[in-house]
Design a binder for this molecule. Structure first.
Ligand code: UD1
Length: 365
């Protein structure tokens, strides 16, 4: 069998590809690991390879930041060169970032089959760049590997043939379980170093929250008030740090003794921080799933989610109106009822096996 190309580019890709790469290697199937360089800071990229027990990329495209068009175009140009140098049986892309759509277009135009892991998720909000990436990637991929059955439903509604769609489960949970095992009993949790027993975790990076001045102002005052009820640990994405600084709010957060701003954390540090937290406030996609899996209440600062199962079966709540954020936090904090960890179907740590089974049977057809 020819090699299989595995694409990583941005932070949330690494934990999805690591278990898939390991499973291929276990079965003696050759892969080429390609890093587009969409994320390039050491703490947004390099640290994940170590934390996920992941081998270093075979090829690095070093594209870096830019506008959506620049970034996507640069990835396409560089990835096409890699495709010319190798013969791939298939290209596997994950998630919904610019690297996902860029490599999908290139592969398909060269006649290479594409498998999309995390297919079928839809927020139905076409103002989100990720929604455009999801729709386009799914519409031309050959094998659509879904994390939950709503994904199958969305794809069928878009007219995609049922025999392309395989429900395999949530690959993030494979890495989550693995990391939880590895951090058990360790001192890696940054909250320990801060002497925090009870704390909330905040992460924000969506342009719709952090690139809009009025939102940044509102968020700052809500976070300060919330931190007086429960200390906040806030590992800041570089985009977020830049815009909070530009809008003159960074110093305010830094000077608040109950808010602990950190650099972006490695995966093991983050999982450890998350695992012992009381409540999470976020706009991330992956965190909605991880909190559901751990039974931790999650308030998602978005108007919609492409992961509705985290609401219907999990611990997630959408907060589209920031003025009710503090009330929702109060409700969580006064509710003694422990939330049991949820296990939506196939969020069981065995998704990599099902993905590789599906890829092998696709290639043996
Ligand atoms: C990207 C994904 C988003 C994902 C997020 C996770 C797209 C369209 N968006 O958003 O879906 O949830 O990654 O983090 O692909 N920067 C650095 N260092 C880095 C990376 C970025 O300083 O290593 C800064 C740059 O100023 C850059 C900005 O952050 O312009 C945004 O990075 P970019 O990759 O364009 O998008 P994200 O906001 O990270």
């Amino acid at each position: 069998m020819d090699k299989i190309a595995l694409i990583v580019g941005a932070r949330p890709n690494f934990m999805k590809i690591a278990p898939i790469d390991r499973e291929f290697s276990k079965r003696g199937i050759e892969t080429l690991l390609i890093h587009t360089g969409q994320h390039y800071d050491a703490n947004m990229s390099d640290v994940f390879f170590e934390d996920l027990n992941m081998r270093l990329p075979d090829v690095h495209l070093n594209v870096g930041s830019g506008s959506h068009a620049t970034q996507t175009a640069k990835i396409m140009i560089e990835f096409e060169k890699v495709c010319a140098e190798h013969t791939f049986a298939m290209v596997i892309v994950v998630g919904d970032v610019n690297s996902t759509i860029a490599c999908t277009i290139v592969a398909k135009k060269l006649g290479i089959p594409v498998a999309h892991v995390e297919a079928g998720l839809r927020s139905f909000d076409r103002d989100m760049p990720e929604e455009i990436n999801r729709i386009l990637t799914d519409s031309i991929s050959d094998l659509l590997l879904t994390p939950s059955l709503d994904g199958n439903h969305n794809l069928k509604n878009e007219g995609i043939s049922e025999n392309k769609i395989k429900f395999v489960g949530n690959i993030m949970i494979d890495s989550l379980y693995d990391a939880l095992d590895r951090v058990k009993g360790s001192d890696i949790n940054p909250a320990k170093k801060l002497n925090l027993e009870i704390y909330s975790v905040v992460t924000l990076h969506r342009p719709s929250n952090v690139d809009v001045e009025i939102k940044v102002n509102q968020l700052t005052s809500h976070l300060v008030n919330i931190s007086h009820k429960i200390p906040i640990v806030f590992p800041m994405h570089p985009r977020t740090k830049n815009t909070f600084e530009r809008f003159g709010k960074l110093a305010l957060l830094e000077n608040e003794p109950t808010i602990h701003l950190l650099e972006p954390l490695g995966y093991l540090e983050f999982v450890s921080l998350l695992g012992s937290s009381t409540i999470v406030i976020t706009d991330s996609g992956g965190l909605q799933e991880e909190t559901t899996s751990l039974g931790i209440p999650c308030l998602t600062l978005r108007e919609n989610t492409e992961r509705p199962i985290t609401i219907t079966e999990g611990t997630n709540q959408l907060v589209s109106d920031l003025t009710i954020l503090q009330t929702l936090v109060d409700t969580v904090l006064t509710n003694d009822r422990q939330v049991a960890p949820q296990k939506p179907m196939f969020w069981d740590g065995k998704t990599a096996e099902r993905i590789v089974n599906s890829v092998v049977s696709f290639l043996e057809r």
